[in-house]
Every structure is written in C-alpha cells, then in structure tokens.
Design a protein around this ligand. Structure first.
Ligand code: AMP
Length: 215
C-alpha cells in the first residue's frame, strides 16, 4: 500500500504526474479540485455552495473540504494506495490529514511564478470529454476543437488572470507552513517542475524508491 500527497502550485503538473504514477502503480488519483468541479457541473447541493468560490480561485472552507476528503477515502477503492492532489492546502487541513491517515511521502512540485503564468493561461479543457490541452505543449490539431471527440475547447473558469493572482497569493501564504509541518513528520521531496513531464516523473520515482517509469 502506497499513500502519497502531491503538492504544487497551479500548472505545476500535479494532475499529469499523478496520472502517470496512478496508471502504472495501480494507485487511485484523488483530485479534490476535480471533486468540487464535478459537484459544480452536476449541480449538486455542495456544487451550489462552492461554485462562486471555485470560480474565483478562493479556497473552500476547511470543514467542507475535510468532509469531501473523508468521504472519498472512505470509499476504500484504493487497494494499492492513493495519490491525493490539491489537499492539504493549509495548516489546519494538514493537521486533520496527519491525525487521520498515515502517508508514505509528500511530493512537492516546485515551479517559479513566471512559469506558472505562462502555463496556466495556455491551458484548455474539452467541454465535452474533459481531455486536457495546452497551447504551448499539447496543441489540438484543429484550433479550438478536441482531437478525441471534436468538443469545444474552453479555459477552466478559474484560469483567468485575476483568479490566478488570487490562487498564487493564497498558495504562497499557506503552503509553506504545510510543507514545514510535513517536513517534521513525513518524507518530503521537492522536485523541479520546470523539466519535461518524463524527467519529472523519473525524478519522483527515484526519490520515492519506486519502479522506474517506462514511457
Ligand atoms: P485545483 O484544481 O486543485 O486548483 O482546485 C480547484 C479549486 O477547488 C480551488 O481553487 C478551490 O476553490 C477548491 N479546492 C480544491 N482543493 C481545495 C482544498 N484543499 N482546500 C480548499 N479549497 C480547495
């Protein structure tokens, strides 16, 4: 059983790196942001409560987040372990997590703010099937259309300059105390996220003593 937390600013490649780890090692990728986006999209009661907050790039209240994480982990569909992404985002969430779950390691993807701006504003998502694109690294063959299903490509509601500035401010103010708390109790590895995705994945695997990544 392997249980990891992945942390990193918007656009640092958390989703991509989790996907690569999860697919190969049979881990369940738990993205707290995806859970909230699903609630907004499917118009659940929780979705209505968090819609404005998520769109503005602000943080959802700790109690709500902790309930979502607790419910998700209680599903116990993670026989071989999980990698949780987007949580914890502040000290209180980190304390809750450390009290309730053992983890084997924290992966911290480090990316300078200039690069975050460049990557995030180029990000697109298929409005139909959810496939990710990036106008720098992964352009669609037909502009504005998904290569897989032909759906329209859109920006995430929170990938606007205002929301990104808010998220970066939130991130820097809150994540350093989280890293500090984890460093005292768990194995934390900081990986330079400017490298290409294969190099980043190899580095993560070497640091966590996992089987090598074969692209
Ligand atoms: P993400 O995809 O991780 O950037 O998450 C998208 C949005 O979901 C964030 O901007 C927050 O509004 C909300 N969210 C996700 N994870 C958390 C968390 N751990 N604490 C509070 N809000 C969160």
């Amino acid at each position: 059983m392997r249980k990891y937390v992945i942390m990193g600013v918007q656009g640092s490649g958390k989703g991509t790196q989790c996907g690569l780890l999860a697919a190969d090692l049979d881990l369940v990728h738990i993205s707290v942001g995806d859970i909230f986006r699903w609630h907004v999209k499917t118009h659940t009661k929780l979705g209505a409560q968090v819609k404005r907050i998520v769109a503005a790039g602000e943080l959802v209240g700790d109690d709500m987040v902790e309930n979502v994480v607790r419910d998700r982990l209680q599903q116990h569909d993670w026989n071989y372990g999980f990698v949780i992404d987007g949580f914890p985002r502040n000290r209180k969430q980190a304390e809750f997590f450390l009290e309730s779950y053992d983890i084997d390691g924290v992966i911290h993807l480090d990316l300078p703010d200039e690069e975050v701006w460049r990557r995030v504003l180029a990000r697109r998502l298929c409005s139909r099937c959810g496939m990710d694109y990036n106008l720098i690294a992964h352009r669609p063959s037909v502009e504005g259309r998904c290569d897989v299903c032909g759906g329209e490509l859109v920006s995430r509601a929170d990938d606007t300059p205002d929301a990104l500035a808010t998220r970066l401010r939130e991130y820097h103010g809150k994540i350093d105390p989280v890293l500090e708390l984890f460093r005292g109790k768990e194995f934390v590895t900081t990986v330079d996220a400017r490298a290409d995705k294969t190099t980043v994945q190899q580095t993560i695997r070497t640091r966590l003593d996992l089987p090598a990544y074969v692209p």
